[in-house]
Design a binder for this molecule. Structure first.
Ligand SMILES: Cc1ncc(COP(=O)(O)O)c(C=O)c1O
Length: 402
């Protein structure tokens, strides 16, 4: 039974020991009723709610494309690319197949390949690292700061004569300290790539993430703050050269059909996804505002000395792609919440330097102590557009009672 979809719980609804909600309500003309309601699991994300809110607009956009007879690299893609570049304050946007491809294309466009090293933070989703590897370069891991972002203070010690670029990941939706990181890159003549897969609309000192470096890379995976209904991605840049090279590489290395200049990829953002993204982009400011409001309620409501709350970095307006707690007893907390029908997830349990996929790089446990500590302690709690106040209060009460 979808309790929260059909009944607005009164303020007095309390979490009971038997993990059910005890609900008081009054029907017209009747006395107060007290009932136990079996709770529906509170998921870490509910994409259906994101769809339902703008259902008519999404359906209209999808039908428009289906009826057009044009499905790849057409008007919808151009319209979205222009709108997204304008939203970000970048000169150009080039759509592609997904976030991993955006990162790979960016690394290739700046000329990163065999023998080159790219410095990247240890605590990221593996795609950031694989983008570097697929381009042929070698990832070199650095430690994050107290806000989970690449620590500018640790970059210089990782630079060698082979270092070609730094890749910054605005993890969980909060910008890294970009002015300091960009200054290190300028000083050492390194390229700067931003992985913005989690930071659509997040700014640092008023400037959009993705516009500090040479190329900003986005994923539009369905759960992202700007998500499509399948896979999708894009890069933004102010460089005509990078724009043209990425357009070439995403399309089999060809500008003119069947004339291939180099070995490229097939990585295009198709027309339906572009049309659906244009709908979502129109609403992105209000969607981000809603996430910020939810985050504010969590920050004010969760009061438990065993829980470390996210810290707000000065000048960075967090868009809360994830709401990430830290807890020394993380696994017990997750089990406790699951018993109370609250889903949680770890972003990310295995840091890439210790992943089997990267065993040949020769890293060992203990090489990146801050990254490894975060991997053992972080846990993300439900955060999505459409999370109700009642659900949130239930989560807050449960965490406070842990
Ligand atoms: C930080 C980060 N980088 C890259 C990606 C890869 O994006 P995609 O899944 O679209 O390939 C994701 C998301 O999945 C991500 O969270």
């Amino acid at each position: 039974m979808a309790v929260y979809d059909t009944i607005r719980l009164p303020k007095k609804a309390r979490v009971e020991d038997d993990y059910k909600l005890r609900l008081w309500y009054r029907l017209p003309g009747e006395a107060r009723v007290e009932r136990n309601i079996k709770m529906e699991q509170i998921m870490t994300n509910r994409l259906d709610r994101g769809f339902m809110r703008y259902q008519n607009e999404f359906e209209e956009a999808a039908l428009r494309v289906l009826r057009s007879g044009w499905y790849i690299t057409g008007r919808e893609l151009t319209a979205f690319e222009e709108a997204y570049a304008a939203y970000c304050g970048a000169s150009y946007c080039v759509g592609c197949g997904n976030g991993l491809d955006a990162l790979t294309l960016a690394c290739r466009a700046i000329g990163c390949g065999k023998g080159d090293e790219v410095i990247v933070q240890g605590n990221t989703f593996i795609a950031s690292v694989m983008g570097i590897s697929i381009a042929g370069a070698t990832p070199v891991f650095a430690e994050p700061d107290e806000n989970y972002q690449l620590d500018p203070a640790g970059i210089e010690e990782k630079i060698t004569e082979n270092t070609k670029a730094v890749m910054v990941v605005h993890l969980y939706g909060q910008a890294a300290k970009m002015e300091e990181i960009a200054a290190v890159c300028r000083k050492h003549k390194l390229k700067l790539i931003e992985d913005c897969a989690q930071s659509h609309g997040a700014r640092y000192h008023g400037k959009m993430t993705g516009t500090f470096g040479d190329i900003g890379c986005f994923s539009f995976y369905p759960s992202k703050n700007l998500g499509c209904f399948g896979d999708g991605g894009a890069v933004i840049t102010n460089s005509e050269e990078y724009r043209d090279r990425i357009r070439l590489l995403r399309n089999y290395g060809s500008k003119v059909r069947y004339y291939n200049e180099e070995v490229g990829m097939n990585s295009r953002l198709d027309e339906i996804q572009a049309a659906l993204l244009s709908v979502r982009l129109k609403h992105l400011p209000e969607l981000i505002e809603e996430r910020r409001e939810l985050a504010k309620r969590y920050l004010a409501g969760i009061q438990n000395e065993k829980i470390h709350l996210p810290q707000l970095q000065e000048g960075a307006d967090h868009v809360f792609h994830q709401f990430v707690l830290r807890c020394k007893d993380r696994d017990a907390l997750m089990k406790y919440l699951e018993e109370r029908k609250i889903s949680t997830i770890i972003h990310y349990p295995v840091p890439p330097h210790l992943a089997q996929a990267y065993a040949d790089l020769g890293y060992r446990e203990g090489d990146l102590p801050i990254t490894e500590r975060y991997a053992k302690e972080v846990v993300s709690i439900p955060m999505f557009n459409g999370l109700t106040r009642e659900e949130q209060d239930y989560v807050i009460d449960a965490i406070n009672a842990f």
